[in-house]
Design a protein around this ligand. Sequence first.
Ligand SMILES: [Fe+2]
Length: 283
Amino acid sequence: MLKIIQVTDLHLTPPGIQHVGCDPRQRLDAAIASINAEHADADLVVITGDLAALGQATAYQQLRECLVELRLPFRLCLGNGDHRARFRAAFPDVPADESGFVQSTVQIDGQHLIFLDTLAADGSHSGELCDARLSWLKHRLDEIGAAPVLLFLHHPPFPIGIPLLDSLALKSPERLASVLAGRNIRHMFFGHLHRAIAGSWNGIPFSVLRSTVSQFSLRLGVDPAARCLEAPFYAIALVSPESVVVHFHDYTYEGPVFEYSPVPAVIVDDESIAYTFQQANAS
Ligand SMILES: [Fe+2]
């Protein structure tokens, strides 16, 4: 069983600068502490882009400091909030392809993980996979052949029903669809949307999770978009030969937790006993 942690959209800022009403550094520190405490057996942590809010070098320095505390191996993807050159200057050992894009692969437990770089050359908030990046992907998929692939990238290549976010999706999605057609892609993991969403695209299952900072409100079909401070998540993906299971973890939750045992069938069968049982367990 492969266990992968996904964290996304850190939006780190220079020290002391908040982002939409919260401290990105504090939120990431809390996520890393939670991962170390609860999921130290994971194989890998993947952070799927928008590492920085506006790509400053000091934000990447923040990230370096945070990741020192993480007790697991990690991979980093870039998003539209990132600046590739400043990121690579801060993380010179992070793997990149022959063109300098932050793209790489790793094989763990029979699964091939591919990490893509969708940061647009013109710095726009929409995603981009240019000829060089798509060619790199095609060659990696050719090498992998029929083996299963898990794909990590920041920008989803499809609309999700929130107009602003749909305008900022991956450009020319049909080109990515063409490269992925007929391949054994088991799951796609995205960032960018600051919401928990699951579904499929051209038959490929996908999941997206909340940011460690602010979220986009669920305003389907409505402009303008709005941000909110729904709780941050990270995700835990459990990957076996038969299944990919993605849990979303509300890691800052501090409310009550109740031990639970299933209600015996005899109580459900007898309505009078069921009533008495509910009264006894109401609080
Ligand atoms: Fe973001």
